[in-house]
Ligand binder design. Structure first.
Ligand SMILES: O=C(NC/C=C/[C@H]1O[C@@H](n2cnc(C(F)(F)F)c2)[C@H](O)[C@@H]1O)c1cc([N+](=O)[O-])cc(O)c1O
Ligand SMILES: [Mg+2]
Length: 214
Protein backbone atom coordinates (compact mmCIF):
# COMPACT_ATOMS: atom_id res chain seq x y z
CA UNK A 1 0.00 0.00 0.00
CA UNK A 2 1.59 3.30 -1.10
CA UNK A 3 2.28 5.55 1.88
CA UNK A 4 -0.01 8.45 0.94
CA UNK A 5 -3.47 8.68 -0.62
CA UNK A 6 -2.28 10.85 -3.53
CA UNK A 7 0.30 8.21 -4.50
CA UNK A 8 -2.42 5.51 -4.32
CA UNK A 9 -4.60 7.58 -6.67
CA UNK A 10 -1.72 7.91 -9.15
CA UNK A 11 -0.89 4.18 -8.89
CA UNK A 12 -4.54 3.31 -9.58
CA UNK A 13 -4.51 5.52 -12.70
CA UNK A 14 -1.20 4.10 -13.95
CA UNK A 15 -2.50 0.55 -13.53
CA UNK A 16 -6.10 0.99 -14.69
CA UNK A 17 -6.41 3.91 -17.11
CA UNK A 18 -5.51 4.23 -20.79
CA UNK A 19 -2.21 6.09 -21.29
CA UNK A 20 -2.63 9.23 -23.38
CA UNK A 21 -6.40 9.32 -22.88
CA UNK A 22 -7.20 12.35 -20.67
CA UNK A 23 -10.92 11.65 -20.25
CA UNK A 24 -10.27 8.03 -19.30
CA UNK A 25 -7.76 9.21 -16.67
CA UNK A 26 -10.27 11.72 -15.27
CA UNK A 27 -12.91 8.94 -15.13
CA UNK A 28 -10.44 6.59 -13.40
CA UNK A 29 -9.66 9.18 -10.69
CA UNK A 30 -13.40 9.74 -10.17
CA UNK A 31 -13.98 5.98 -9.92
CA UNK A 32 -11.20 5.51 -7.37
CA UNK A 33 -12.20 8.54 -5.27
CA UNK A 34 -15.90 7.70 -5.24
CA UNK A 35 -15.42 3.97 -4.51
CA UNK A 36 -12.16 3.75 -2.53
CA UNK A 37 -10.85 6.99 -0.99
CA UNK A 38 -12.39 10.47 -1.06
CA UNK A 39 -10.02 13.16 -2.33
CA UNK A 40 -10.37 16.88 -3.04
CA UNK A 41 -10.50 16.74 -6.86
CA UNK A 42 -13.13 19.05 -8.33
CA UNK A 43 -14.96 15.90 -9.45
CA UNK A 44 -17.26 15.20 -12.37
CA UNK A 45 -20.38 17.17 -11.42
CA UNK A 46 -18.51 20.45 -10.90
CA UNK A 47 -16.03 19.27 -13.56
CA UNK A 48 -18.73 19.37 -16.25
CA UNK A 49 -19.50 23.00 -15.29
CA UNK A 50 -15.75 23.76 -15.41
CA UNK A 51 -15.52 22.14 -18.86
CA UNK A 52 -18.43 24.23 -20.17
CA UNK A 53 -16.98 27.53 -18.91
CA UNK A 54 -13.48 26.70 -20.24
CA UNK A 55 -14.95 25.78 -23.63
CA UNK A 56 -17.03 28.98 -23.76
CA UNK A 57 -13.97 31.07 -22.80
CA UNK A 58 -11.66 29.21 -25.21
CA UNK A 59 -8.66 30.68 -23.36
CA UNK A 60 -5.19 31.21 -24.83
CA UNK A 61 -3.72 31.72 -21.34
CA UNK A 62 -4.79 29.79 -18.22
CA UNK A 63 -3.68 29.91 -14.60
CA UNK A 64 -4.68 27.34 -11.97
CA UNK A 65 -4.09 27.84 -8.26
CA UNK A 66 -3.91 24.44 -6.57
CA UNK A 67 -2.76 21.62 -8.85
CA UNK A 68 -3.14 18.85 -6.24
CA UNK A 69 -3.05 15.50 -8.15
CA UNK A 70 -3.64 17.13 -11.53
CA UNK A 71 -7.30 16.14 -12.02
CA UNK A 72 -8.55 19.60 -13.04
CA UNK A 73 -5.30 20.23 -14.91
CA UNK A 74 -5.99 17.21 -17.14
CA UNK A 75 -9.66 18.23 -17.55
CA UNK A 76 -8.73 21.77 -18.61
CA UNK A 77 -5.69 20.83 -20.74
CA UNK A 78 -7.73 18.53 -23.00
CA UNK A 79 -10.03 21.48 -23.89
CA UNK A 80 -7.30 23.97 -24.80
CA UNK A 81 -6.52 25.02 -28.37
CA UNK A 82 -3.03 24.28 -29.75
CA UNK A 83 -0.43 26.75 -28.53
CA UNK A 84 -2.41 27.76 -25.41
CA UNK A 85 -0.32 28.56 -22.31
CA UNK A 86 -1.43 26.77 -19.11
CA UNK A 87 0.38 27.43 -15.80
CA UNK A 88 -0.59 25.69 -12.56
CA UNK A 89 0.79 26.61 -9.13
CA UNK A 90 1.33 23.94 -6.48
CA UNK A 91 2.92 24.60 -3.09
CA UNK A 92 3.36 20.99 -1.93
CA UNK A 93 6.32 19.31 -3.71
CA UNK A 94 4.83 15.82 -3.19
CA UNK A 95 1.56 16.87 -4.86
CA UNK A 96 3.55 18.56 -7.64
CA UNK A 97 5.52 15.36 -8.29
CA UNK A 98 2.31 13.31 -8.47
CA UNK A 99 0.61 15.82 -10.77
CA UNK A 100 3.68 15.83 -13.05
CA UNK A 101 3.39 12.05 -13.47
CA UNK A 102 -0.37 12.37 -13.99
CA UNK A 103 0.15 14.92 -16.79
CA UNK A 104 2.85 12.75 -18.42
CA UNK A 105 0.59 9.68 -18.37
CA UNK A 106 -2.33 11.73 -19.75
CA UNK A 107 -0.15 13.03 -22.57
CA UNK A 108 -0.76 16.69 -21.68
CA UNK A 109 2.64 17.54 -20.21
CA UNK A 110 3.53 19.75 -23.19
CA UNK A 111 0.37 21.85 -22.59
CA UNK A 112 0.79 22.52 -18.90
CA UNK A 113 3.59 23.85 -16.73
CA UNK A 114 3.64 23.18 -12.98
CA UNK A 115 5.12 26.06 -10.98
CA UNK A 116 6.22 24.82 -7.55
CA UNK A 117 5.93 27.30 -4.73
CA UNK A 118 3.47 29.64 -3.05
CA UNK A 119 1.09 31.90 -4.97
CA UNK A 120 2.29 34.99 -3.14
CA UNK A 121 5.84 34.39 -4.30
CA UNK A 122 5.06 33.17 -7.84
CA UNK A 123 2.25 35.48 -8.99
CA UNK A 124 4.42 38.64 -8.82
CA UNK A 125 7.01 36.92 -11.03
CA UNK A 126 4.65 35.64 -13.74
CA UNK A 127 5.13 38.58 -16.11
CA UNK A 128 8.91 38.77 -15.82
CA UNK A 129 9.92 35.13 -15.36
CA UNK A 130 7.18 33.33 -17.31
CA UNK A 131 6.57 35.86 -20.10
CA UNK A 132 2.86 36.08 -19.27
CA UNK A 133 0.92 39.23 -20.09
CA UNK A 134 -2.64 38.57 -18.86
CA UNK A 135 -4.74 35.45 -18.18
CA UNK A 136 -7.96 34.68 -20.04
CA UNK A 137 -9.05 32.04 -17.51
CA UNK A 138 -8.08 31.40 -13.87
CA UNK A 139 -9.24 28.34 -11.88
CA UNK A 140 -9.00 28.99 -8.14
CA UNK A 141 -8.94 25.76 -6.12
CA UNK A 142 -6.32 26.17 -3.41
CA UNK A 143 -6.76 27.12 0.28
CA UNK A 144 -9.89 29.26 0.55
CA UNK A 145 -8.22 31.81 2.84
CA UNK A 146 -5.97 32.66 -0.14
CA UNK A 147 -8.78 33.30 -2.62
CA UNK A 148 -9.14 37.04 -1.83
CA UNK A 149 -5.47 37.93 -1.32
CA UNK A 150 -4.49 36.12 -4.52
CA UNK A 151 -7.31 37.73 -6.52
CA UNK A 152 -6.12 41.15 -5.32
CA UNK A 153 -2.52 40.19 -6.12
CA UNK A 154 -3.52 39.20 -9.67
CA UNK A 155 -5.19 42.63 -10.07
CA UNK A 156 -2.20 44.50 -8.62
CA UNK A 157 0.24 42.61 -10.88
CA UNK A 158 -1.78 43.60 -13.97
CA UNK A 159 -2.48 39.95 -14.82
CA UNK A 160 -6.21 40.50 -15.44
CA UNK A 161 -7.69 42.16 -18.48
CA UNK A 162 -11.26 43.11 -19.44
CA UNK A 163 -13.05 39.78 -19.81
CA UNK A 164 -10.68 37.65 -17.74
CA UNK A 165 -12.72 34.81 -16.22
CA UNK A 166 -12.04 33.73 -12.64
CA UNK A 167 -13.72 30.48 -11.57
CA UNK A 168 -13.51 29.54 -7.89
CA UNK A 169 -14.23 26.07 -6.46
CA UNK A 170 -15.74 25.38 -3.01
CA UNK A 171 -17.47 28.69 -2.44
CA UNK A 172 -20.14 26.85 -0.39
CA UNK A 173 -18.16 23.93 1.05
CA UNK A 174 -15.65 24.32 2.67
CA UNK A 175 -16.72 27.87 1.79
CA UNK A 176 -15.09 31.13 0.76
CA UNK A 177 -17.43 33.78 2.19
CA UNK A 178 -14.90 36.60 2.03
CA UNK A 179 -14.25 35.83 -1.66
CA UNK A 180 -17.98 35.89 -2.47
CA UNK A 181 -18.34 39.15 -0.54
CA UNK A 182 -15.35 40.66 -2.35
CA UNK A 183 -16.19 39.82 -5.97
CA UNK A 184 -19.95 40.31 -5.58
CA UNK A 185 -19.54 43.79 -4.06
CA UNK A 186 -16.76 44.95 -6.36
CA UNK A 187 -17.98 46.84 -9.45
CA UNK A 188 -15.05 45.45 -11.40
CA UNK A 189 -16.50 41.91 -11.38
CA UNK A 190 -19.64 40.42 -12.88
CA UNK A 191 -20.49 37.28 -10.90
CA UNK A 192 -22.43 34.10 -11.62
CA UNK A 193 -23.01 31.28 -9.12
CA UNK A 194 -23.18 27.64 -10.27
CA UNK A 195 -24.79 25.49 -7.56
CA UNK A 196 -23.54 21.91 -7.49
CA UNK A 197 -22.36 19.35 -4.95
CA UNK A 198 -19.08 18.56 -3.23
CA UNK A 199 -17.09 15.98 -5.15
CA UNK A 200 -18.02 12.34 -4.37
CA UNK A 201 -20.62 13.59 -1.86
CA UNK A 202 -24.19 14.91 -1.63
CA UNK A 203 -23.11 17.95 0.38
CA UNK A 204 -24.05 21.23 -1.32
CA UNK A 205 -21.25 23.19 -2.95
CA UNK A 206 -20.94 25.71 -5.81
CA UNK A 207 -18.57 27.31 -8.27
CA UNK A 208 -18.47 31.11 -8.58
CA UNK A 209 -17.56 32.77 -11.86
CA UNK A 210 -16.27 36.35 -11.63
CA UNK A 211 -15.59 38.13 -14.92
CA UNK A 212 -13.18 41.07 -14.62
CA UNK A 213 -14.59 44.22 -16.22
CA UNK A 214 -11.27 46.06 -16.44
O1 LIG B 1 -8.98 22.37 0.91
C1 LIG B 1 -9.32 22.21 -0.27
N1 LIG B 1 -8.56 22.61 -1.25
C2 LIG B 1 -7.26 23.15 -0.95
C3 LIG B 1 -6.32 22.72 -2.02
C4 LIG B 1 -5.05 22.67 -1.80
C5 LIG B 1 -4.10 22.23 -2.85
O2 LIG B 1 -3.54 23.40 -3.43
C6 LIG B 1 -2.15 23.44 -3.11
N2 LIG B 1 -1.78 24.82 -2.93
C7 LIG B 1 -1.70 25.52 -1.79
N3 LIG B 1 -1.30 26.79 -2.08
C8 LIG B 1 -1.15 26.82 -3.40
C9 LIG B 1 -0.72 28.03 -4.16
F1 LIG B 1 -1.25 28.04 -5.40
F2 LIG B 1 -1.17 29.11 -3.49
F3 LIG B 1 0.59 28.08 -4.23
C10 LIG B 1 -1.42 25.62 -3.96
C11 LIG B 1 -2.01 22.57 -1.88
O3 LIG B 1 -0.67 22.13 -1.75
C12 LIG B 1 -2.95 21.45 -2.25
O4 LIG B 1 -2.38 20.60 -3.21
C13 LIG B 1 -10.58 21.52 -0.59
C14 LIG B 1 -11.28 20.93 0.47
C15 LIG B 1 -12.46 20.26 0.20
N4 LIG B 1 -13.16 19.66 1.30
O5 LIG B 1 -14.24 19.05 1.11
O6 LIG B 1 -12.65 19.77 2.45
C16 LIG B 1 -12.97 20.15 -1.09
C17 LIG B 1 -12.27 20.75 -2.14
O7 LIG B 1 -12.73 20.70 -3.44
C18 LIG B 1 -11.08 21.43 -1.91
O8 LIG B 1 -10.45 22.02 -2.96
MG1 LIG C 1 -11.75 22.18 -4.61
Amino acid sequence: MAQIKEQRILDYVLQNAIKGNPQNIVDAIDKYCSEMEWAMNVGNEKGLILDKIVSETNPATVLELGTYCGYSGVRIAQLLKPGACFLTIEKNPVHAAIAKQMFEFAGVKEKIQILEGSSEEIIPKLKSKYKVNTFDFIFIDHWSDRYVPDTKLLEECGLLKKGSVLLADNVVYPGAPDFLQYVRNCVRYECTNYPSHLEYSDKEDALEKAVFKG
